[in-house]
Ligand binder design. Structure first.
Ligand SMILES: [Zn+2]
Length: 108
């Protein structure tokens, strides 16, 4: 597993936000620290089949993913990830990706 996803945590009330905000949406405090989001659960999924006028668009699955102790993140889903599944969020400072949190299957 790598990096996780960088969010912000309010030092006053503990609210976690993603994307990172300049101040806390819950209490208005401006002291925020980096907080890395890791494990999460997929709440809903959908497939984006069109992107405006782009003819070269390939369908992409995305989901609403609730990070442990934190916010709901819209993330691209790794192949095979379904609603209700535990996942690991990645992306560092970039766009979120949700990968399966299950150990790799042994070949049969
Ligand atoms: Zn706060």
């Amino acid at each position: 597993m790598t990096g996780g996803l960088v969010a912000a945590e309010c030092t006053a009330c503990g609210r976690v936000t993603f994307p990172r905000a300049l101040w806390c949406p819950a209490c208005g405090a401006q002291q925020l620290r980096r907080r890395t989001l890791g494990t999460a659960i997929v709440e809903e999924t959908t497939t984006v089949r069109r992107a405006g006028e782009r003819a070269d668009w390939a369908a992409v699955r995305i989901g609403a993913v609730r990070a442990d102790g934190g916010p709901v993140v819209i993330a691209r889903l790794e192949d095979g990830v379904e609603a209700g599944e535990r996942v690991h969020l990645e992306g560092g400072e970039g766009a979120p990706v949700a990968r399966s949190n299950l150990p790799p299957q042994e070949p049969r």
